[in-house]
Design a protein around this ligand. Structure first.
Ligand code: NAD
Ligand code: IPM
Ligand code: MN
Length: 360
């Protein structure tokens, strides 16, 4: 069957890791007899260089014509890249926020689990790792501080900056429902993370999550304050099944959760709306410090491609096959430098892609 897939290579390591994920997708096509028709979309710094702005109507239109979009990452080094001489609204990150909003991608799924093979790369002690962990971070993606009004003013030589954190109950309800739906297919536990001891937006969040929970009597709901959650993630990560949280908290907690899986280079993500469409991207950034060196870990992007096969294209067998090929490459002892440990064989970005294809 034919599927239309948009590819956003993006900036920094983006092109390197997307090329590896495409290799894997091409191998899936050959093995299972599908046709993937690719179109290349511009976003972020690459779009600024080509069109002067980080997101164009053309990119949004092209994305809407696709069944799903796979993205690398956008952005550059804020100290050296000319993109950061531009107004904030014209920088690479504004393009990413713009496409999330334009496509209404309010549900960001970031699965963090520890591969048994990566226990040595996990910075936690053996007794804390125990039987491992497997959590799904559900991050609200189109509201909160990221999209509230912001401005910087200067009065009598004193600069003041304001960002606004706003949520309405519809925005909270739809992400909460997604979280509970996913929990029903997992271990039936939701940890809703907020700062309800301080923020009004969190108090509303908690109240709405409580209302939604009534429709899911089988799911255990607990509320946790975000500062405690940051601590619990390294104290006892196995306690979490679904973590349901707002945009900024989810951004921060997912980077923390990624590191306990061994590396941020392992954490995939799916950004979904109410349709089958999704934007799939690793949770990490464009890693300008290692761009162009063929050393970045492509696994987060390859696992994001597997999520795309599963959620947008309904190709579960193929998604399973990609995930199991990743596991086999790790079990055979191959590691990119970020997850390297004693007794393993260090490989490059492209070698890791080739290996995963060979295990498919
Ligand atoms: P980053 O995630 O790019 O890098 C943080 C650290 O993790 C760096 O040391 C980097 O080398 C390492 N790292 C990241 N991905 C890796 C991988 N696949 N393999 C091995 N190591 C990896 O975060 P940052 O440095 O704070 O941000 C760099 C740029 O990326 C910024 O412009 C930021 O805005 C952007 N960014 C984009 C996205 C996205 O496109 N979704 C996400 C986060 C950050
Ligand atoms: C992410 C990134 C983005 C975010 C940035 C680049 C705007 O950190 O996808 O996690 O904060 O959402
Ligand atoms: Mn982030």
């Amino acid at each position: 069957m034919e599927h239309r897939i948009g590819l956003i290579h993006g900036d920094g390591i983006g092109p390197e890791i997307v090329d590896e994920a495409k290799k894997v997708l091409d191998a899936v096509c050959t093995k299972y007899g599908h046709t993937f028709v690719y179109s290349k979309l511009l976003l972020g710094g690459a779009s600024i260089d080509a069109c002067g702005v980080p997101l164009t109507d053309e990119t949004v239109g092209q994305a809407k014509d696709c069944d799903a979009v796979l993205m690398g990452s956008i952005g550059g080094d804020a100290k050296t890249s000319p993109w950061y001489q531009l107004e904030p609204s014209r920088r690479p990150e504004a393009g990413l926020l713009g496409i999330r909003k334009a496509l209404n991608l309010f549900a960001n799924l970031r699965p963090a689990y520890l591969y048994d093979e990566l226990r040595a790369a996990c910075p936690l002690r053996e007794e804390i790792i125990g039987g491992g962990f497997d959590m799904m971070i559900m991050r609200e993606l189109t509201g909160g501080l990221y999209f509230g009004e912001r401005k910087t003013t200067e009065v009598d030589g004193v600069r003041t900056a304001v960002d606004t954190l706003t949520y309405n109950e519809q925005e909270i309800r739809r992400i909460a429902k997604r979280g509970f739906d996913i929990a029903m297919k997992r271990r039936k536990k939701v940890t809703s993370v907020d700062k309800a001891n301080v923020l009004d937006s969190s108090r509303l969040w908690r109240a709405v999550v409580e209302e939604v929970a009534k429709d899911y009597p089988e799911v255990e709901l607990e509320h946790m304050l975000v500062d405690n959650c940051a601590m619990q993630l390294v104290k006892n990560p196995a306690q979490f099944d679904v973590i349901l949280t707002e945009n900024m908290f989810g951004d921060i907690l997912s980077d923390e959760a990624s590191m306990v899986t061994g590396s941020i280079g392992m954490l995939s993500s799916a950004s979904l709306n109410e349709t089958k469409f999704g934007l799939y991207e690793p949770s990490h950034g464009s890693a300008p410090d290692i761009a162009g060196q063929n050393i970045a870990n492509p696994i987060a992007t390859i696992l994001s491609a597997a999520m795309m096969l599963r959620y947008s294209l309904d190709l579960d067998t193929e998604a399973d096959a990609v995930e199991s090929a990743v596991k086999k490459a790790l079990a055979a002892g191959y590691r990119t430098v970020d997850i390297m440990s004693d007794g393993c064989r260090q490989v490059s970005t492209s070698e890791m892609g080739d290996l995963i294809v060979s295990y498919l």
